[in-house]
Design a protein around this ligand. Structure first.
Ligand SMILES: [Zn+2]
Length: 435
């Protein structure tokens, strides 16, 4: 048995424990209580132990796409990424995803819900010991065609799969996937993720067949005058297996449809803000009873995988949108980023809080040197004062998968930056593989 203790343990399910400890045995949490009761074990001063964060929406394969198309509106931004992505192959995607997975672990993230274009994220997560559902992306109008894309990617991904790294499928979005493609994906009976109502650009296309999406028309499905949520609800293909990223431009009826079918939401406030898409109605989504998690999205739209930056954005966005400082507390943001994400991904029986019996997925964050010690509100200290550089250790299944100073970052960044230089070249290398 291994015991870790710190100034505070924040179990998320249950009250914060001062001078708390967590006991771990065989990869699971054996007990959570005071250090006086459980013993000090490995003691972390000026630190808090929290459940590992659940990053509910990532694209680890875009970890070096930083600032590509920054300042463009959604449609031309998307077009630029599609064009550049064709310049690299699997080897490069794996190098990039490895860096992305390492950055997540270094930020206290223990689980990702990753929308994966190439499937490389599965190999990266398996290698680094990061828990993941890797949703393989499919596109188009033809259901059988989409299943063909899925199977081809699955063949490549299969050796990486385990209890820790599971496969899902991602019909990309209602403007790039037909209802038949969604139906085909659900027939696989595995976890599903997608992008719903992220931007006005996509709604201009879906509702009226016009707007900034027109230049990428060959990649789009023909519009039928409805939003994706309405179209898929009417076709009976919304259900609880689906995690919908974004849901920024949703009206009350669409929120009700999501709630009725128990679709989960991955809230990505930094991505939505930086792409000029807007601020998702988090209060309304929560009030409707939706399962909501928090995702960073890819480095294609945000500057970092630092999960604390995202949690702060969750609080800021919620309060700015409602003009109410009481709209969301740091403790609520912490819950969204842990248990909320676990519920959204369907993993809440196993992860998302520090309770006996769950997987020992946890992070140790130091607040030493910040204005948040001496402690007042430990959740506020963690959410407002934390950051990737302050993560001391990240454990998945009770195993240390990250320790501050422990990664050989230069190896990870060298390989990934070589891939970035290919992305920035005008011509595709011979190793680039078509989708
Ligand atoms: Zn996404």
């Amino acid at each position: 048995m291994r015991i870790l203790s710190a100034d505070w343990v924040l179990p998320v399910e249950g009250e914060p424990i001062e001078n708390g400890a967590v006991a771990v045995r065989d990869g699971r949490i054996e007990a959570v209580g005071t250090a006086a009761a459980l013993g000090e074990g490995e003691r972390f001063e000026d630190a808090a132990i929290v459940p590992g964060f659940v990053n509910a929406h990532t694209h680890l394969e875009y970890a070096v796409y930083a600032a590509f198309g920054d300042g463009l509106s959604f449609a031309p931004w998307l077009a630029l990424h599609i064009e550049r992505k064709a310049r690299i192959g699997r080897e490069e995607s794996e190098a990039i995803a490895r860096l992305g997975a390492a950055q997540c672990l270094a930020s206290g993230v223990t689980t990702v819900g990753d929308a994966s274009f190439a499937g490389a994220a599965a190999h990266a997560c398996a290698e680094l010991g990061l828990r993941a559902i890797v949703y393989l992306e499919v596109f188009g109008s033809d259901g059988d065609g989409a299943l063909g894309q899925f199977r081809e990617k699955l063949d490549y991904v299969r050796p990486a799969l385990s209890e820790r790294v599971q496969v899902g499928v991602s019909p990309h979005a209602p403007y790039t996937c037909s209802t038949e493609v969604y139906r085909a994906c659900l027939s696989l009976d595995i976890p599903v993720t997608t992008h719903f109502n992220e931007s006005q650009d996509e709604l201009d296309w879906l509702l009226r067949g016009e707007g900034p999406m027109l230049p990428v028309r060959p990649l789009l499905v023909e519009p039928d005058g409805q939003s994706g949520i309405r179209r898929l609800a009417a076709a009976g293909v919304l259900d609880a297996r689906i995690v919908a990223a974004h849901c920024v431009k949703v009206d009350a009826e669409e929120i009700e449809l999501l709630a009725r079918h128990d679709v989960a939401v991955a809230h990505c406030p930094r991505s939505n803000a930086l792409l000029g898409c807007g601020v998702a109605p988090l209060a309304e989504l929560r009030a409707a009873g939706l399962r909501v998690g928090v995702g960073t999205d890819g480095i294609s739209s945000v500057p970092s995988h630092d999960y604390f930056e995202e949690l702060r954005a969750v609080v800021s966005a919620a309060r700015a949108r409602t003009e109410d400082a009481g709209a969301l507390s740091p403790a609520e943001a912490l819950e969204l980023g842990t248990l909320g994400g676990a519920r959204a991904l369907g993993l809440a029986d196993e992860v998302g809080s520090l309770v006996p019996g769950k997987r020992a997925d946890l992070a140790v964050v130091t607040l030493a040197g910040t204005p948040y010690v001496p402690w007042e509100d430990p959740a506020a200290a963690v959410v407002y004062g934390g950051g990737s550089p302050q993560i001391l250790a990240t454990l998945v299944d009770g195993e240390v998968r990250y320790e501050r100073g422990g990664f050989r970052w230069h190896e990870l960044t060298d390989a990934a930056s070589r891939a970035r230089s290919l992305l920035l070249q005008d011509r595709a290398p011979a190793s680039a593989q078509p989708r």
